[in-house]
Ligand binder design. Structure first.
Ligand SMILES: [Zn+2]
Ligand SMILES: [Zn+2]
Length: 1003
């Protein structure tokens, strides 16, 4: 076996250790130009496989115990997808001499997970301990952080030290790392580690079936396409199928399903009802809310539509309850006005995120009243409702019972003494409080001291429904997400209790029962009924969805885990208690939490990104969608990080996906006048097609079971295959005029197949990035088949089909943008923007422009004194401040003009609007310096050589004078591509490079 690896890289060490332990001979080939840090070449049954580091370790240290193998794989997945993305930027920040505190905190919390649960597995030598040992080793060898680790993580330190003292390990480390201390040697390569090629999607298959193969039989040269993950091996039968399906015309003739209004369930169709948990109206949703509910549901509903299902997606704002009343009081509005205001805010945010609801409604409607009251009457008639008196605080002056949030007083907890404890919690000691126990309670509205008064409330008798609920759960819950099942079981374990469903409030659905008409339904009883009433607002035939015959409608509910109890137990029990046939949840899909950098999202502290902020960042909504779905917290909490957002955008989206689409379509456009060429595929092409079909199968099964992260990774695996395919076959060389007719045909075939892969990408990207998918479709002439999901890869673009000139899909995120955004959202208070007055803004803008031109003239004129100019500049700054205020921007953070954003065709601009905070007037120097990306010196050196060689070649061809335009263009295209790669390796945004080139030309 051969190990190709960057010298001293921890990934190489992983493989070496595994080989030494398993007694396998490995020949080391130092290779610093790999697209990833280590590759093990294995030959089995005459086939050569290339395994990446973690896969190689698993391959070498095969575990025979099935249970332990699963554990080990889970920890490898964790190392690759959770630890590496934090560890590597942290090490890089350390190497750069400024330890990143945020990353350090993230790393600490990750290491906490490690210490509590992995240690048993780490105590023995296995694939997990070898991988974790190798990746943590650099952290231990650098002095500063080894102290940090020694102090905080003695257990991990012990495991690493004991391994390091093991003689076998010692030998390997010594042979691999010439200098034991420095981590800097491989940090230049570290950006590779961020790539999810480590994701164990492929790994999981390695252990059970055959090793991972790469599409090409040789080690690729430095290549702009950072690997996503390796494709799986292709079997003979798949190969034959690939050949058949390529010629199969049904896929290209497919037409998307019509979307009539209203959509109604139909006999013999797959009818899918989708709801996402109703966002509470009094808050602006943050990114965690968005991925947990509406975005996950949107991704799934778009997938179902592509698949041709009959889909209805309903959501809306949950508007009743105490929280709305409180908010109304703080903002000096009526509850109805609060609801109108925030419903519009929610609506706009979701529109911006391209959440494609069939209907986005509200709970404050007459349909809600009718349906909720109807359900209550059914329950009452079935004797599921009973009455009981409850003691509560009552304010005589305000003539109302006080909800917990409306009462304050002395904290009842001994030793606290805090005088302004709330009726639900004490901010002094943080403990929960029972409102009835507050010392000297007072009404928050009028400060009057309330009295205790008894009020009779209505309760739902859940215990009487429990048995029926359990037998229903037995058939429904197997299809739920794991966390939903677990939470539901926990609730049922101790038996169900009766629950009060009424409140002494005014802002709610009125209770239709004598003696209770001054009360309203409690929000948790009311809110899920919103799904039904919103459907009723959408169509008066709503009963077809909600009272359908069993099995006719599949019902998917999306939510974060905190909402599971009400949706898995309370709402279904309510439905069952009515004695009617209701459509009940068949698939409850719950996510864990998304955290922000090192903590939780907090509106009050201004921490984290809220929907309205995301719209203002200048980063397109598709990039947000991509990153949120990439991070979707499916099995554990995940962390949003700006550095990671940048890394994923620049590597996965730009270098991998964007680059493939652009390259493949540019070949068609430039070399074939935009007409997809004729193809005559060979074995190697069918091999790639079979691999694509295999990935497509993974995509379909992942999305159908709402493993949306895995689905996205298969999309990236397909574009990775595409990049590799072009790299291996070099069609741009084959079609040069001086090549043979066979070469031409071969080049045309490769380009046709690649263009068809782009067509498939346009289809499967739709659930994740609908704007980008639409853009690719527009290049391809918007064929109907591009909105239908095929089950196999086949020819979607017929030969001769004309395409348009492709433009770049993705804009790189530069360091300045990311740095500024991460500072902006790190916790400084950012008040909600005041609505701006367009008239006033326009007027001030005029004054600013006028004053600015005055200043310019004074400066250019050269005759004015310094003081005179300074005075005019002061006037200008004051005007700019006023303008910022009128625009609703905090003038202290907007003291500077916004850099002109590139207005691409995309919504939200090109992701380049940078707010330069507090930069003084006149210091423009850094606006022209190119943004910095992680620098990859070794790649850069290599690429520099290639660029020079290619530059010489182009010059020679030009000098020769007899070269065809096509030939020259092809070589220039290669040169440009290399320059672009070089720029990336040098940490320069290639787009700024092009802009410079153009400027030069103009001169
Ligand atoms: Zn009062
Ligand atoms: Zn207290």
């Amino acid at each position: 076996m051969k190990l190709f690896s960057t010298s001293e890289h921890p990934d190489g060490l992983k493989v070496l250790l595994a080989a030494a332990i398993s007694g396998t001979q490995v020949q080391i080939v130092e290779h610093n130009g790999l697209p990833c840090s280590a590759i093990l070449e294995v030959t089995e049954r005459k086939t050569r496989y290339h395994l990446r580091a973690n896969s190689a370790v698993l391959y070498l240290l095969h575990c025979s115990s099935h249970n332990q193998a699963l554990d080990i794989e889970a920890w490898l997945e964790w190392e690759a997808t959770e630890l590496q993305p934090v560890l590597v930027p942290y090490l890089m920040s350390m190497a750069g001499g400024h330890k990143d505190k945020i990353l350090q905190n993230q790393l600490s919390s990750l290491l906490n997970t490690l210490s509590s649960s992995t240690l048993p597995i780490l105590k023995e030598v296995n694939a997990a301990s070898v991988v974790l040992f190798s990746s943590l080793l650099p952290l231990m060898t650098e002095d500063a952080s080894s102290t940090f680790l020694k102090e905080h993580y003695p257990d991990e330190w012990a495991f690493i030290t004991s391994f390091r003292e093991n003689s076998l390990f010692k030998e390997c480390i010594a042979s691999w790392c010439s200098t034991s201390g420095s981590i800097r040697r491989w940090l230049g390569q570290a950006s590779h580690l961020c790539s999810p090629l480590h994701s164990t999607l492929a790994l999981l298959k390695v252990s059970s079936t055959a090793p991972v193969t790469m599409a090409s039989p040789h080690i690729p040269s430095p290549d702009q396409s950072k690997p996503t993950r390796a494709a799986m091996p292709v079997k003979d039968t798949q190969f034959k199928e690939a050949r058949l399906s390529w010629e199969n015309p049904t896929a290209s003739a497919a037409k998307p399903r019509a979307r009539p209004v209203p959509v109604l369930p139909a006999e013999g169709e797959t009818n899918i009802l989708i709801t996402s948990a109703l966002p509470y109206v009094n808050n602006v949703p943050h990114l965690g809310n968005i991925i947990g509910c509406v975005l996950s549901a949107d991704c799934f509903s778009r997938f179902c539509r592509l698949r041709g299902d009959n889909v209805l997606y309903i959501c809306g704002t949950d508007e009743y309850g105490t929280a709305t009343e409180t908010k109304a009081i703080t903002e000096g509005l009526t509850p109805a006005q609060i609801c109108d205001k925030y419903h519009a805010i929610h609506s706009n945010i979701y529109k911006w995120f391209n959440i494609d609801f069939d209907y986005f409604g509200r709970t404050t409607t007459k349909q809600q009243t009718e349906i909720a009251q109807g359900i209550f009457r059914d329950l009452d008639e079935n004797e599921r409702i009973f009455q009981e008196p409850v003691e509560q605080l009552y304010c005589g002056k305000c003539e109302r019972f006080l909800a917990d949030r409306f009462v304050e007083g002395g904290c009842p907890h001994p030793g606290c003494g805090y005088q302004d404890a709330r009726g639900d919690q004490c901010d002094g000691c943080g403990k929960l409080v029972n409102a009835m126990e507050l010392m000297a309670p007072r009404c928050k509205l009028c400060s009057n001291s309330p009295s205790v008064k008894s009020s009779t409330h209505l309760f739902i008798d859940l215990p009487s429904i429990e048995q029926e609920l359990c037998s229903w759960l037995a058939t429904s819950s197997p299809n739920w997400s794991n966390n939903a099942r677990v939470i539901c079981e926990t609730w049922l374990r101790d038996g169900l209790k009766t629950r009060c469903i009424t409140r002494d409030l005014k802002w709610g659905t009125p209770v239709p029962k004598d003696g209770f008409t001054d009360k309203v339904f409690y929000v948790w009883f009311d809110a899920p009924i919103g799904y039904v009433s919103m459907t009723a607002c959408y169509t008066d035939q709503w009963e077809q969805w909600w009272h359908s015959s069993p099995g006719k409608v599949q019902y998917y509910e999306f939510m974060a885990k905190d909402n599971v109890p009400f949706h898995s137990v309370v709402f279904p029990a309510t439905q069952l208690g009515t004695g009617r046939t209701w459509t009940k949840v068949t698939h409850l899909v719950a996510t864990e939490y998304l955290n922000y950098e090192d903590g939780k999202f907090s509106k009050s502290r201004g921490v984290g990104i809220f929907g309205d902020h995301a719209m203002d960042t200048g980063i397109p909504s598709d990039v947000w969608r991509f990153y949120l779905l990439y991070l979707r917290p499916e099995t554990q909490d995940t962390v949003f990080s700006w550095v990671d957002l940048q890394a994923k955008t620049n590597t996965e989206l730009l270098n991998n996906l964007g680059n493939f689409v652009h390259r493949a379509l540019s070949f068609v456009y430039k070399f074939f006048n935009g007409a997809v060429p004729d193809d005559r595929p060979e074995e190697a092409d069918y091999q790639v097609m079979a691999a694509v079909t295999q990935e497509l199968g993974q995509y379909i099964s992942a999305l159908a079971s709402n493993r949306q992260r895995d689905g996205l990774r298969t999309v990236l695996a397909i574009t990775k295959l595409g990049n590799q395919y072009i790299q291996d076959n070099e069609p741009y060389k084959l079609i040069k005029p001086n090549r043979s007719a066979e070469d031409h045909e071969r080049g045309a075939t490769v380009i046709a197949v690649a263009a068809n892969m782009v067509a498939l990408v346009a289809v499967i990207l739709e659930p994740y990035m609908p704007d980008t998918a639409a853009k690719i479709r527009s290049f391809l002439g918007d064929l109907p088949c591009l909105r239908c999901l095929p089950t196999k890869f086949s020819r979607l673009l017929p030969p001769g089909h004309l395409i348009k000139e492709p433009t770049p899909l993705i804009t790189a995120l530069d360091n300045d943008t990311i740095h500024n955004l991460s500072r902006k959202f790190s916790g400084q208070p950012s008040p909600l923007k005041a609505p701006s007055d367009p008239g006033q803004v326009a007027q001030l803008q005029g004054l600013v422009d006028e004053q600015a031109s005055k200043v310019r003239k004074l400066k250019e004129g050269g005759s004015s004194g310094k003081d005179e100019i300074a005075a005019e500049v002061a006037v200008l700054l004051k005007l700019k401040g006023e303008l910022a205020t009128a625009q609703g921007v905090d003038p202290s953070t907007a003291g500077k003009d916004k850099k002109k954003g590139k207005k691409g065709g995309e919504k939200g601009g090109g992701g380049k609007v940078v707010e330069e905070e507090k930069a003084p007037e006149g210091t423009k120097n850094n606006t022209n310096s190119p943004p910095r990306l992680p620098v990859n010196e070794e790649d850069a050196n290599k690429l520099q050589v290639l660029v020079t060689q290619q530059g010489d070649k182009v010059r020679t061809i030009k000098a020769r004078g007899d070269a065809s335009k096509e030939e020259l263009n092809a070589e220039v295209a290669i040169l440009k591509d290399l320059k672009r790669q070089l720029a990336l390796a040098q940490g320069i945004d290639p787009d700024t490079l092009n802009a410079k080139d153009k400027k030069k030309k103009k001169k």
